[in-house]
Design a binder for this molecule. Sequence first.
Ligand SMILES: NC(=O)c1ccc[n+]([C@@H]2O[C@H](COP(=O)([O-])OP(=O)(O)OC[C@H]3O[C@@H](n4cnc5c(N)ncnc54)[C@H](O)[C@@H]3O)[C@@H](O)[C@H]2O)c1
Length: 271
Amino acid sequence: MAEKLLEGKIGIITGALDENSIAWKTALKAKEQGARFVLTNAPIAMRMGSIQTLAEQCETIVIPADATSLADIEKLYAEAKAYLGGDFDFILHSIGMSPNIRKGRSYGDLNYDWAMKSYDVSAISFHKMMQVAEKMDVMKTWGSIVGLSYIAAQRVYPFYTDMADAKALLESIARGYGYRFGKAKKVRVNTISQSPTKTTAGTGIGGFDSFFNFADQISPLGNASAEACAEYIITLFSDFTRMVTMQNLFHDGGYSHTGISEEIMEAFGTK
Ligand SMILES: NC(=O)c1ccc[n+]([C@@H]2O[C@H](COP(=O)([O-])OP(=O)(O)OC[C@H]3O[C@@H](n4cnc5c(N)ncnc54)[C@H](O)[C@@H]3O)[C@@H](O)[C@H]2O)c1
């Protein structure tokens, strides 16, 4: 039988809400590849989602934690460590939410209290999870931490409003903490910039179908699915990517480096 990529590794997977979630697919792949882990999500997601079903499939437990709360993160790490019996090899941050997007506020009409919430939930929580991990010293040497981003961090996608700024901050935190954690404990930190994906967070964005279809047409390989993203995450948790850190890694079927496709040229015709 082929070697399992995550055999003997233990960790934490945030953000599995329902079976479409990138984190949900990642949990199933991580289990398949021999990892043990705990699942966590915001207390409200316990009521909305079906995470207990996933926990049963993965033979693990769910520890509720609001990723913006330092106390919740501390409790999560302490309980996860006790349950798993050791320090962590990997942490997946798969968390995003913007009240401004949810309530349809445009970039020129942001509610700033909500914008702060978007930044806290979608980006600063990444820093909080790493700072608490460092202070509690719960990461193993050569561990791997991954966050999920979107290309709106580099280019303008008008409908993405304050989430674009949150993703730019998330990617910056990956570089800043990647340097720090690399020096301190050889822990690597990366973000994956994923194609538009049909999940609760993704489809909540105005015009989702248009930019999903556009990206699918532009990308030579087509859009990357949530399942393919999960597979990429597993490689980043594995020992085969030990020297990759502080990167934002595009996982988008070639979209980010394609100027135009024949299909789009045809659709616009000639003058
Ligand atoms: N879907 C896409 O098109 C797409 C593209 C690129 C990147 N991403 C990113 O992928 C990540 C996962 O999103 P998804 O697409 O799987 O959608 P999803 O809606 O399934 O997952 C988002 C998760 O964030 C959790 N969350 C929200 N607030 C939280 C809090 N305070 N504490 C803890 N958890 C909280 C939600 O409960 C949910 O499980 C997000 O960072 C998202 O921005 C998504």
